[in-house]
Write a protein that binds this ligand. Sequence first.
Ligand SMILES: Cc1ncc(COP(=O)(O)O)c(C=O)c1O
Length: 374
Amino acid sequence: MDLFEVYKLWDIEPVKGSDTTLWDKDGNIYTDLYGGHAVISVGHCHPHYVKKVQEQAATLGFYSNAVQNSLQKELAAKLGKLCGYDDYALFLCNSGAEANENALKVASFHTGKPKVLAFNKAFHGRTSGAVAATDNPKIQAPFNKTGNIVFAPLNDLAAVEAELSKGDFAAVIIEGIQGVAGIYEPTTEFMQGLRELCDRLSVVLILDEIQSGYGRTGKFFAHQHYGIKADIITTAKGMGNGFPIGGVIISPSIKPSYGMLGTTFGGNHLACAAATAVLEIIEEENLVENAARIGEYFRQELSSDKAVKEYRGKGLMIGLELNEEYIGLRDRLLFEKHFFTGAAGAGVIRLLPSLTVSQETAESFVKAWKELTR
Ligand SMILES: Cc1ncc(COP(=O)(O)O)c(C=O)c1O
């Protein structure tokens, strides 16, 4: 059987990893400043993570959500403490799209309403509700076009108010910082206004922190920079450091009922062990602070670089919009200097490294960048 070819692949095959270093099958060494789409949060094969996952795999890998699982409770308690939403409740699933899918359903069950407002250039995943709220018609099948989603420009409160005032809205869904779009931040004023509007019109505010969360921006969630709280927060990516897991963090004002949500794999024993190990490492090694510190170093070094038209983002969620003559730099960083980075179209390089990235590694990247752009 052949693979269903939906991915355009680099001709590189990583076979081994350690923190921010990767080895390919021919023994070449790379530095990973992308973490496979922001997934690697505590470094490849962190010893504590490996130990916990190995021990759990050798003890009990899986049982269904029909029995008690204290590993889920342990994970929820730890996450609540670290993310500052101690009084919220956690529903566990397997991916980012699935987290958003469940968040949209919860909001719709709670309000009894069908419609959702999302933002221009948003990316929320590829399952039916999540992709409908994603502003990219190329990845929406006719089946996904429900008519229940309305898009508004980011940072345009008047446009949001005009739509929400029409009624029938269950939720607004917004990324803490837009990722796939090319790293675009909402303003504090907009986010505070959005919070007020959602309160006034009884609309659930869903913060998609799948890319911008888990400490990456120098706070646990990016929206915490704007001084607001969300009604529902979705997480995935860095949550399991590569083990598939997603989470929906739900306000106590939204009540569950048996059967409202469900999943076979979500919150399984192995996933919980992986996710708890990630939180232990984040706490033990002060990785949220490291993300802020190394992010600040990148900003100082690269924001006024001559290749950079605009430096966007916070902490280790970085978008480098390139001046025209430097388009192609990402390939050169990979093939000439062996740095993995990400992209948003041809003109924006995205850095989404592990939160463990060291000052030394950051300096080696800046040196390589300057050598290629001088
Ligand atoms: C903000 C955001 N939401 C949702 C998703 C979807 O996550 P997943 O690919 O795990 O379904 C992504 C993935 O890039 C994302 O960046």
